[in-house]
Ligand binder design. Sequence first.
Ligand SMILES: Cc1cc2nc3c(=O)[nH]c(=O)nc-3n(C[C@H](O)[C@H](O)[C@H](O)COP(=O)(O)OP(=O)(O)OC[C@H]3O[C@@H](n4cnc5c(N)ncnc54)[C@H](O)[C@@H]3O)c2cc1C
Ligand SMILES: NC(=O)c1ccc[n+]([C@@H]2O[C@H](COP(=O)([O-])OP(=O)(O)OC[C@H]3O[C@@H](n4cnc5c(N)ncnc54)[C@H](O)[C@@H]3O)[C@@H](O)[C@H]2O)c1
Length: 452
Amino acid sequence: MAEQVDVVVIGLGVGGEEASGRLAEAGLNVVGLEPRLVGGECPYYGCIPSKMMIRAANLIAETRRVDGLAGTATITPDWAPVAQRIRDEATDNWNDQVAVDRLVKKGVTFVREHGVLTGPRTVRAGDREFEASRGIVVATGTVPFVPPIEGLAGTPFWTNQDAIRAETLPASLIVLGGGAIGVELTQVFARFGVAVTVIEGAERILALEEPESGDLARATLEKDGVTVHTGVHATKVAHDGGEFTVTLDDGNTAQGEKLLVATGRRVDLARLGLDQAGLDPAVRRIEVDEHVRAADGVWAVGDVTGVGAFTHTAMYQANVAVHDILGTPDAPLASYHAMPRVTFLDPEIGAVGLTEKQAREQGLKVATGSSQIPYSSRGFIHKAGNEGFIKLVVDSDRGVLVGATSAGPTGGEVLGALAVAVHAGVPVNSLQQVIYAYPTFHRAIGDALKQL
Ligand SMILES: Cc1cc2nc3c(=O)[nH]c(=O)nc-3n(C[C@H](O)[C@H](O)[C@H](O)COP(=O)(O)OP(=O)(O)OC[C@H]3O[C@@H](n4cnc5c(N)ncnc54)[C@H](O)[C@@H]3O)c2cc1C
Ligand SMILES: NC(=O)c1ccc[n+]([C@@H]2O[C@H](COP(=O)([O-])OP(=O)(O)OC[C@H]3O[C@@H](n4cnc5c(N)ncnc54)[C@H](O)[C@@H]3O)[C@@H](O)[C@H]2O)c1
């Protein structure tokens, strides 16, 4: 007999944890299913441990900038405190008891099982079955996409999970894929002395961002001693027990003690039973409407929806789902026109909304303005490590920003102002009247606006 509940949440990563906890706190009878770690990818293998690694790597780089600005400094990089901090402070050695307790305290019935839809409102979890009167929230995230390259399957390649777990570092590393995961981890390992080679199939790394961002990221990594191949594909991977050899379609080869595959993510819906809820199990993402509804009585949140694979997106969609399920009057509707993202390189590369190319492809009449951080007063003062730029993308017909990039020492923080402008459609002539404090990095926004 199916147990009667209000809501079943399948997958308790960032999105599912937020949705289930909030719904339970609102008084609903909520079951949360998670076979692995409550919290998902972000706290255990993603955002948090990777940003701890980045913090450490940036300290090394910043120490190396002391010479000539503040005296002399030497640093001997040591991975041990980073690996230890990831175990002690980020992941509790990959133990989620604290997260489980927090969720249960909010009133969620936690079941450590894989969930399978068995009908429009029913979910099987191990030997239990639940019938959800209000509905089901699918928050099952993604898994690494491993491309079908000859020889790759069966080799001991790393995914992000292995990279985050590393207790010792290899002498050399090949990184397949120059997206967010690839470039962030590349810079970390390079700054700790690993000889890193990046292989990216697209013409630039950070291929979906402005070309200026990819060029800056490449220059930055090369300054850290990284070898970057772009516009080339791996055709073959071999592992001889000690070393990987990757053959490229331009005839070159790359060698490394480890190989990190960071070629994107994919949904893993094969065993979810989506067809039982009237959804196509072969989809590459679960499409949702502005209420994040996927079907009658089914909501989907987070990476599984394919709308920007970010923790902030999962939280945002969870909030929309919670209000819709609770029937809140004037519930918020999902809109992604001001999607922010920050690649935590040094310099940080933040962006919001459309790139110039995307805006043109949408048929907008586009104007752009840009400024260079090193030529701003604050950039001049900062000196070593001051690389970066602001780029604004304007819909000239409406006179509003539709996209922007902010790269620099605090590029992700400066992005906040631009995200507000794109989100709220603040008129450009109003942005031009803002008093930008002197001498801040964000004052470079004012310089870029002068070009419009
Ligand atoms: C290295 C790395 C760095 C990142 N850095 C950032 C960053 O700095 N900022 C940022 O915003 N984002 C970052 N991300 C992305 C971020 O981690 C994801 O966007 C976020 O985790 C998505 O949350 P989610 O809830 O959709 O999915 P997930 O966190 O993937 O959680 C999904 C959960 O569902 C479970 N599940 C799957 N199938 C079932 C089933 N059938 N039944 C029950 N449970 C199931 C899984 O076990 C998993 O725990 C990073 C990702 C990586 C890999
Ligand atoms: N700072 C952040 O917010 C952050 C950090 C890390 C990850 N993430 C999220 O995680 C997601 C996954 O990250 P990711 O870096 O794996 O994916 P991605 O989609 O960002 O980048 C994958 C890259 O691999 C390349 N690629 C694919 N197949 C290839 C092949 N066979 N050979 C060479 N290159 C190939 C693609 O062209 C692409 O540039 C991102 O989309 C992002 O949303 C976010």
